[in-house]
Design a protein around this ligand. Structure first.
Ligand SMILES: [Zn+2]
Length: 267
């Protein structure tokens, strides 16, 4: 009896030893069997795999608000080209104007069919606008919706019109043979505001066109593609430094473009 038990224990120990030896043998990778689990039995994770996708930016599409401007201009506002606008600029001295958000019916090239005959700055580097020409007494139109701030003869400008726009900009139209609007008039983009002339210091009938922000002029080419007579699809970042304003044109941020966010292909 004792011998039987002893023999049985020895037999079990041998099996256990053989089993351990088998488990310790690591198979070569190329001989691994691929176990084909039935997919129905594989438990799904509690969460889906969204966490491996790049996160959608939290930024929301910014719609340029129409600024609260009124026709209550002071006598100074009505008599000077360069005046400050107290409603512009935030605490960081920055103003963002997204041209891409201005629909086609809310802007107009100021002299339709006109060609540039003298650029901003120019050879003598003090030209404060661009000169655009068609013919005498052609119709000049407002570049954007806004309110006329100034309309009068003014020194070398001759008959001049300044329009303050809801987007924060001001535009200037000079050397006009005739002004068709007066301060306080609300005008729409494309609305006739003057006729081309050569009043003031001008040697030919043309439109001297300026773009300004907070009284400071900047290159109108930043706004308009002068050859195509179209608005650039860009974003203006305007920074106030003392009495000066730096206007930079930047590409529109991805989240500002229409349609769903598409992550860069490299991610
Ligand atoms: Zn000029």
């Amino acid at each position: 009896m004792t011998s039987k038990i002893h023999n049985g224990t020895l037999f079990s120990a041998l099996i256990l030893f053989a089993s351990c030896c088998t488990q310790k043998t690591t198979p070569r990778p190329d001989t691994l069997d691929i176990v084909d689990f039935p997919t129905a039995y594989v438990p799904l994770p509690a969460k889906d795999f969204k966490f491996i996708l790049p996160e959608v930016p939290k930024l929301e599409v910014c719609h340029s608000p129409r600024k609260d401007i009124t026709e209550d201009f002071t006598s100074r506002d009505k008599s000077l080209i360069a005046v400050k606008d107290p409603k512009l600029f935030n605490e960081n001295n920055t103003e963002i104007i997204d041209l891409s958000l201005i629909p086609a019916n809310e802007y107009a090239f100021p002299l339709p069919n006109g060609n540039v005959i003298s650029p901003y700055k120019g050879k003598r580097r003090h030209h404060s606008g661009v000169d655009i020409k068609t013919f005498a007494n052609d119709t000049i139109v407002s570049a954007f919706d806004g309110i006329v701030r100034m309309a009068k003869p003014f020194a070398a400008y001759g008959n001049v019109i300044v329009v303050r726009h809801y987007n924060g900009l001001e535009t200037v139209y000079s050397h006009n043979s005739k002004n068709l609007v007066k301060p306080g008039d609300r005008v729409l983009a494309g609305q006739a505001i003057a006729l081309t002339g050569r009043t003031g210091r001008a040697t030919t009938e043309h439109l001297h066109f300026e773009t300004r922000i907070n009284g400071v002029h900047f290159n109108p080419n930043i706004i308009f593609d002068m050859a195509k007579r179209k608005l650039h699809s860009k974003c203006l970042v305007c920074t106030q430094k003392g009495n000066n304003v730096i206007v930079k044109s930047v590409d529109i941020l991805p989240h500002q473009k229409a349609g769903p966010y598409v992550p860069p292909s490299s991610l």
